[in-house]
Design a protein. Structure first.
Length: 667
């Protein structure tokens, strides 16, 4: 302790000195487990979000295949009714919170700093914290599966209340098990991670843009990331409050949603969808950003109607907060409310339609190059449009009375979430893979995976429109053979397996490329934005000199003004060197330790109201001390984090802007 105190020192790099205190020596390992656990590098954090998200995407896909296998024939017993409830609950929850959202977060981390000309995000350690807190949420949501493999561990299975957990199903009367408490805590903690990350990106995008990068020169992807971050901050509090109320109803005898105590179950639906509908735009706006980057690059012309595309994204985000009750048309809200929400929902089709016409306008008259990312981007436009069309059908309340809770709805949101969000994400992974790994995905295999996915996807979900119109309800464990749904389900399940083969091929090709793919330079697609101006993979410090931006499509401008830019860069490198070199933030243990404390605290807190029998012994007594230990660890780590100085270190570049070798491409 004395020795550590002696080490406390004043900060450096010319800021006013501040008292700091380091309990642990600063981690400096760039590679290995400790290097990844303690990193504050946005690129590495993005990689980890991406890796975890792809893992959960595959798990969510497996859950979906089990659902489809159960439904392949009538009266099937492939899985039990209880397990079926767990499968669709976890499939939906996983695909939304643990696959699509973190994949978008991966691209936010990977791309925003290098699209705006920055070296990292505004709060690097907070960024690390948001990642590990996300991992804690993912663990709490999935730990329940263990009780299927170790029966003596009585977690009560995985959460089984559906992804939107309607009250009173979430009350102790209907789901007494721990699984629902873990669902409540898991979603709550994921919300914390998203709010922390969103604050970071808003400050980064507004404050850390390179000179000359005005808001109307910002790449559309970064714009959509900004709008999405605001949606997260504004929407998440609604579900956070609702989850606290469920937790209180389950553990402390309150009656927020308990009818017998004067509570209102419908309140949960309002609070959930005030979050839930903006949530669908939180899922789809970043993919709209990927497509807005990919289409002009492979049409060889600027994006058509840039300002309109940007403002229609803002408009979608805004109107998206005024339509939530279209999920509740059949709850008897009354004609006025129903009409108002119906009109608002139809109105949202306008800015969405504008985007689609602008994308078509970008293609129009372009010199189209159909590389794999472009195939997925074109698939996105078509499939998302189909999902949008069935969305318009839902917005007509009388029609929705037929479609609500049927397979028509399942078809609708898979066209927007797979045909839309996932297709665009698959395009984005192919588009930016060369930037982060310096290798090109082989075209033949890339396109083959696209076609298998495209055909498999439509074979799975198109028939569901008709199954739904023929009355097949969602969340149905099995069905009788005389319902007229046999062929449709058989076909849909065959399609789902084909889709599975396509997804497998897609990722197998990526793994092959990572190890054996053809090496490429920093700009394989003749890109438009700043990330293509730096080496592939990018060095730790991203830019040898913070660029000056002269136009929208900044890198296209640089490529047509080479001499001017080279001169400018040389002067900037010199100037930065004269200021002591490039200042980079230090790594830190505390974000990770805080998250570990949160996991121990939350997991044991959830069990305080559940006798937990392990190996025949009630181990409840051990949960209180553990819950307290976790809480103390979280608080202590946060304090030590606050006392840990900004410190940092410097990278020195030679006159050509090259760093000493140790800081080159570094994964
Ligand atoms: C990969 C292929 C996929 C297949 C084959 C698939 C299949 C299904 C099926 C059959 C259901 C209905 C279960 C039922 O109501 O009984 C379902 C529900 C759902 N799916 Fe998917 N899905 C896939 C991907 C996705 C993706 C990528 C997302 C989101 C990003 C997603 C989100 C959902 C949601 C939210 C539900 C509702 C769960 C609930 O009712 O609580 N799915 N899926
Ligand atoms: Cu909605």
């Amino acid at each position: 302790m004395a020795k550590a105190l002696a080490k406390s020192s004043f900060t450096e790099v010319g800021h006013a000195p501040a008292k700091t205190f380091d309990l642990f020596p600063r981690p400096t390992a760039k590679t290995g487990l400790f290097g990844w656990i303690t990193t504050v590098d946005h690129k590495k954090i993005g990689m980890m979000y991406g890796g975890f998200a792809i893992l959960f995407f595959l798990i969510g896909g497996l859950e979906a295949l089990m659902i489809r296998t159960q439904l392949i024939v009538p009266n099937n017993h492939f899985v039990s009714a209880q397990l079926y409830n767990e499968l669709f609950t976890m499939h939906g929850t996983t695909m939304i919170f643990l696959a699509v959202m973190p994949l978008n977060a991966a691209f936010f981390n990977l791309l925003i700093p290098i699209q705006i000309g920055a070296r990292d995000v505004a709060f690097p350690r907070l960024n690390t914290f948001s990642l590990w807190v996300w991992v804690v949420g993912a663990i709490l949501l999935n730990v329940g599966w263990l009780s299927h493999f170790v029966p003596s561990w009585k977690f009560g299975g995985a959460p089984d209340v559906g992804w939107f957990g309607y009250a009173p199903l979430t009350s102790k009367v209907f789901t007494p098990d721990l699984s629902t408490d873990l669902w409540v805590l898991g979603i709550q903690i994921l919300g914390l991670s998203s709010i922390v990350a969103s604050l970071n990106f808003i400050v980064t995008i507004i404050n850390m843009r390179a000179p000359g990068l005005t808001m109307m020169r910002l790449p559309v992807f970064t714009w959509m990331a900004l709008v999405t971050s605001f949606l997260l901050i504004l929407a998440l509090p609604a579900i956070a409050i609702a989850l606290i109320e469920v937790m209180f109803d389950r553990n402390f005898g309150t009656n927020f949603f308990e009818v017998s105590g004067g509570g209102q179950p419908i309140l949960w639906q309002h609070l959930f969808w005030v979050f839930g509908h903006p949530e669908v735009y939180i899922l789809i706006l970043p993919p709209m950003g990927y497509v807005s980057e990919i289409l002009p690059t492979f049409s060889r012309k600027p994006l058509f109607g840039y300002p309109i595309i940007v403002f229609s994204g803002v408009a979608i985000g805004f109107i998206g907060f005024g339509v939530w009750s279209h999920h509740m048309f059949t709850t008897g809200m009354g004609t006025i409310a129903t009409a108002a929400f119906s009109i608002a929902t139809m109105a949202i089709a306008v800015p969405t339609g504008v985007k689609i016409f602008n994308w078509i306008g970008t293609l129009w008259g372009g010199r189209i190059v159909t590389r794999t990312p472009m195939m997925f981007a074109l698939g996105f436009i078509w499939m998302f449009m189909m999902g949008g069309m069935s969305g318009i059908m839902h917005s007509a309340a009388p029609a929705d009375a037929q479609q609500q809770d049927s397979y028509f709805v399942i078809a609708h949101f898979h066209y927007v979430l797979i045909g839309g969000a996932t297709f665009a994400l698959l395009a984005a992974i192919h588009f930016w893979f060369p930037k982060f790994f310096g290798r090109l995905v082989p075209e033949f295999w890339g396109k083959l995976s696209f076609w298998i996915i495209f055909v498999g996807f439509n074979c799975t979900f198109f028939p569901m429109h008709f199954l739904g119109l023929n009355g097949m309800p969602r969340r149905t464990w099995t069905y009788d053979s005389n319902m007229g749904w046999n062929e449709g389900n058989m076909f849909a399940t065959a399609g789902a397996y084909l889709l599975g083969v396509g997804i497998f091929t897609y990722f197998a090709v990526l793994v092959y490329t990572f190890f054996k793919g053809e090496k490429c330079g920093n700009d394989p697609w003749d890109g438009r934005t700043l990330e293509w101006s730096i080496p592939s993979p990018p060095p730790e410090h991203n830019f040898s000199a913070i660029p000056t931006v002269h136009a929208r499509d900044a890198f296209w401008y640089e490529k047509t003004h080479k001499a001017e830019i080279a001169q400018e860069k040389a002067a900037l490198i010199k100037a930065e060197e004269s200021h002591g070199g490039i200042h980079m933030p230090d790594q830190s243990w505390y974000p990770f330790f805080s998250a570990v404390g949160l996991l121990i605290g939350a997991y044991n807190m959830a069990q305080l109201h559940h006798p937990v029998i392990i190996m025949g012994k009630d181990v409840l007594s051990s949960h209180m001390p553990l819950a307290i230990t976790g809480g103390v660890m979280l608080l202590t780590s946060c304090y030590l984090w606050a006392l840990e100085g900004p410190a940092g270190y410097h990278i020195h570049l030679d006159a050509n802007g090259n760093p000493p070798d140790s800081h080159g491409g570094h994964y």
